[in-house]
Every structure is written in structure tokens, then in C-alpha cells.
Design a protein around this ligand. Sequence first.
Ligand SMILES: Nc1ncnc2c1ncn2[C@@H]1O[C@H](COP(=O)(O)OP(=O)(O)OP(=O)(O)O)[C@@H](O)[C@H]1O
Ligand SMILES: [Mg+2]
Length: 236
Amino acid sequence: MTKSTNSAILTAHGLTKSFRSGSEEVIVLDDLSVEVQAGEFVALVGESGSGKTTLLHLLAALDTPTKGEVYFDGRRLSEFRADERALYRNEKIGFVWQMHYLLPEFSALENVAIPQLIRGCRMNDAQARARELLAEVGLENASHRRVGEMSGGEQQRVALARALANHPAILLADEPTGSLDYRTADRVVDLLENLHRTHHLTSVLATHNLDLARRANRTLRLANGKLTEWVVPIVR
Ligand SMILES: Nc1ncnc2c1ncn2[C@@H]1O[C@H](COP(=O)(O)OP(=O)(O)OP(=O)(O)O)[C@@H](O)[C@H]1O
Ligand SMILES: [Mg+2]
């Protein structure tokens, strides 16, 4: 197995991603490289359409690059067998989607238990962990509620609990405060920061929320297919 030469937990090297749009080739990520150290809290900002979701999908092995490579713990994702890729997505990565993709007909508890059952966890253990995580995100009294009947902020918290269900090393979150009002977004930002710390995560969060970006160890801005370090402006 080819190893990268550094100690970063997640590395993108020379990453290019293009999409075909009719006869045109649209280059979204253009020879982009980045290293994320274990334990880092990284915010990813950039205008709508700049490629944040595209980059997160490549880091999560949900899509493959046109060129370049992603390394997890020094191992090339492109060399993972199909079962290793599935394991990587299910156990190493916790993903919070831009649209959360919870199962609306199922309860919060079931939504958090299901990824564990897929991993082969016993029902009792999966439910116990789901209860614990739902309590951590402040939904201890809502575990039986159908997700489709919950508010946007509550659903976002269920999505966070679900992302952590299988003890991931890395949390990738795509606009975790996107559809929330200012006050609820604030609470989710606090929660993300706490979960990052207590679960010893490495977090990469795509966001338009400057409060969230300000709390990160490092903020990277995606523009014209490239990443640059960005200092979040102070708004008074
Ligand atoms: N599967 C696809 N096929 C074709 N084009 C795509 C595909 N996925 C993304 N794109 C294009 O790639 C560009 C980047 O999209 P992406 O969703 O990564 O942006 P983003 O930074 O996440 O935007 P937002 O802030 O609105 O979520 C857009 O122009 C989009 O239309
Ligand atoms: Mg996006």
C-alpha cells in the first residue's frame, strides 16, 4: 500500500474534479492540495458553487477525483477495495449532509441506530448508544419522535448524533447550520465545537456561517478551484 510521507490524517494531493456540462468541461477543483492534522477543526468557506460539497464528497470517498489523490492515515483511497471503501465511509467518517437525508418515517432513535446495525452492532447496543448520543445533542426526551415531525434544528441535531454513531475519526459536515435561524444556528455551532472536543474528532466543516468559521483552528477558502488560508473578518 502506498504511504504518503506526512503524519496528516487526511490529505488531498493534486486534486482535480471536473464535470461535463453538455459539450463543456467544468473544472470545479483544480490541482488542489491540503493536509488536515488529527484533531484539527477546519472550516471551509467559499461562494455558492465554489466546490465545497464536491471536495467533502471526495474526502468521504463518496465520489472519485478526475485526477489526484486523497489519503486517509497515509493510505490512498483509490487503492481501497470496495469493502474497504464501504468501511471507511461507515466507520471512519461521520458525514452531516447539506440536506440531512434522515429517514423521516423513522424515529430519531432509529435514525441513529441504523448505521450501527449496518456495521453489525447488536440492537440493544445500537439503541443504547443512540440514546446516549441523542442526550448529548439535547434530544433525550425526543428519541421516540418521528424525524419528519421534528423542526429543522432538531433534525440537524439528530443528523449530528447519527454522524457520530460509529465512533468516526473524522467529521465532515456540509453547511450544518445552513437552514437554521440565527439563534438555533448558534446552538448548533456550540454543539459542533463541544462534540469535536469530547469525541476527539478531526472536523472539516463547509459553512457560510462566519461565527463557525471563526471558532475553527484554520479557515480555508475555496475559489477558482484552489484553497487558500483565510482570515475571517471581524464584523462589528
Ligand atoms: N454531479 C454534478 N454534475 C455536474 N456538475 C456538478 C455536479 N456536482 C457539482 N457540480 C457543479 O460543481 C460546482 C460546485 O458545486 P458544489 O455543490 O460543490 O458547490 P458548493 O461550494 O458546495 O456550493 P453551495 O455553497 O451552494 O453548497 C457547481 O457549479 C455545480 O453545478
Ligand atoms: Mg454545497
